[in-house]
Write a protein that binds this ligand. Structure first.
Ligand SMILES: Cc1cc2nc3c(=O)[nH]c(=O)nc-3n(C[C@H](O)[C@H](O)[C@H](O)COP(=O)(O)OP(=O)(O)OC[C@H]3O[C@@H](n4cnc5c(N)ncnc54)[C@H](O)[C@@H]3O)c2cc1C
Length: 401
């Protein structure tokens, strides 16, 4: 059978592409999806709420119009993050799938694409999937990255693209937790507000403020996940060599400078027989208070009033710059996004068509793009998917004129 537009991957960008292509009514549009249902990652996104875009993105208004046209009613929080009003990510999937079906898009699930072969002479492609083949005039690779393989994305698209001559830049899991050399068993489950800095060879690379979650082997939370984007290996460096150069640094009192912190601690020394660890009372959660006192070498249980000036400075230092060494980055199963992919230089940014293989298109996370938490990655998926969908339909229309 000859399909006009074959979309590989029924995720965010694939569904957006299908709707946008089918709206132009230029022929058969088929989605091939590996999982038993489309949009599994959308349904898991934003902790099940789907942070579908961010008002700070230049294309946010178009995305909001698109979703409004599908019947998705949204709200925006104080950070510009947009969610469906119901806070139910599955409503976003429902709206996309319903629109696609009503526009006549065909959907074949439990269908893993294994090879794409350009048809010599007459244009178009043969698409081979487990259990069959089909032919298509235009093919969109919308099969995502490697993050969250449990949701269908195990990096198949990179192999398919490489076999067609495309490059793939170095891939790494990002928007994920960071592992520390120090054992943080005592702090498992603790959450604390902090300004968190990522240092490389002692030099500050990036800073984020927010809630840090401590786990046995490391830390997570949105601010930590955003910092994970900045952990990069130098060419030729092994992972062990590269990661050993990174440290993470916490400031639990970012609103106070050094002098103000010293004044605060002196004032606290004089409060009714406070113990040393209670210098940190209500600044950080109680389990962390104990650990900070121990790590700064102060004798827990003794009276804070008896501390020397040097010991007060040690207490201030740990509050303002507690430093841990990194030993790893949480892997693909925990990551929300992929760093690296098909270079933008190999794709026409207006149409998302390959610069190497006419008729082949790319959208979403398979491309070498990543944004921070907050709706930026889904925005990229909708935007590139819609561009590709429209461009494929236009190309079909032009070829049949
Ligand atoms: C847990 C989690 C939460 C997230 N939350 C947010 C959020 O709130 N906001 C945000 O902006 N971003 C979020 N992201 C990131 C965002 O979901 C992705 O960047 C986005 O979904 C990428 O869209 P895509 O179309 O490229 O790929 P996907 O949405 O991942 O879809 C790819 C599809 O291709 C299918 N597929 C793969 N290989 C094949 C094959 N060989 N044959 C056929 N089908 C195949 C997959 O099964 C999948 O359905 C989150 C990610 C995760 C993992």
């Amino acid at each position: 059978m000859m399909i006009d537009i074959c979309i590989i991957g029924g995720g965010a960008s694939g569904l957006a592409a299908a709707v946008s292509a089918a709206e132009q009514k230029q022929g058969r549009v088929l989605i091939l999806e590996k999982k038993q249902m489309p949009g599994k990652k959308i349904a898991a996104s934003g902790n099940g709420r789907c942070n579908l875009t961010n008002r700070k993105c230049s294309g946010a208004l178009e995305t909001l119009d698109f979703f409004a046209s599908l019947g998705v009613f949204t709200y925006t929080d104080g950070e510009g993050r947009v969610y469906p009003n119901s806070n139910q990510a599955k409503d976003v999937v429902y709206a996309l799938v319903r629109a696609a079906k009503s526009l006549g898009v065909e959907l074949k699930t439990e269908c893993t694409v294994e090879k794409i072969l350009p048809l010599s002479g007459r244009g178009g492609f043969q698409v081979r999937y487990k259990g069959g083949t089909l032919e298509a005039k235009k093919v969109l690779l919308a099969c995502g990255g490697k993050a969250g393989p449990q949701l269908g994305t195990s990096g198949d698209g990179y192999g398919l693209a490489k076999a067609l001559g495309h490059k793939v830049t170095r891939l790494a899991p990002i928007l994920t937790g960071l592992e520390t050399r120090e054992n943080l068993k005592q702090l498992k489950g603790v959450r604390a507000m902090a300004r968190v800095g990522l240092r490389k060879d002692g030099k500050l690379m990036a800073e984020e403020t927010g809630e840090v979650q401590f786990n046995e082997d490391g830390i997570s939370g949105i601010c930590v996940m955003n910092l994970s984007r900045q952990v990069k290996l130098e060419p030729g460096e092994t992972f062990a060599e590269g990661i050993a150069r990174y440290q993470i640094c916490f400031d639990f009192l970012p609103e106070m400078d050094w002098e103000e912190t010293i004044v605060l601690l002196h004032r606290r020394q004089n409060i009714m027989e406070l113990a040393v660890e209670d210098l940190f009372l209500s600044i950080v959660p109680s389990k962390l208070k104990q650990v900070l006192a121990e790590k700064s070498g102060l004798a827990c249980g003794t009276q804070a009033a008896l501390l020397s000036e040097g010991e007060v400075e040690s207490a201030a230092r740990i509050l303002k710059s507690w430093t841990l060494s990194l030993s790893g980055v949480k892997g693909w199963n925990y990551a929300q996004c992929t760093s690296g992919g098909i270079p933008f230089g190999e794709v026409n940014g207006d149409t998302m068509e390959s610069q190497l293989i006419p008729g082949l298109y790319f959208s979403g996370e398979i491309l070498d793009f990543d944004g921070p938490c907050g709706g930026f990655n889904l925005q990229h998926a909708w935007e590139t998917g819609r561009k590709a969908g429209k461009a494929m339909a236009n190309a079909i229309s032009n070829s049949s004129d």
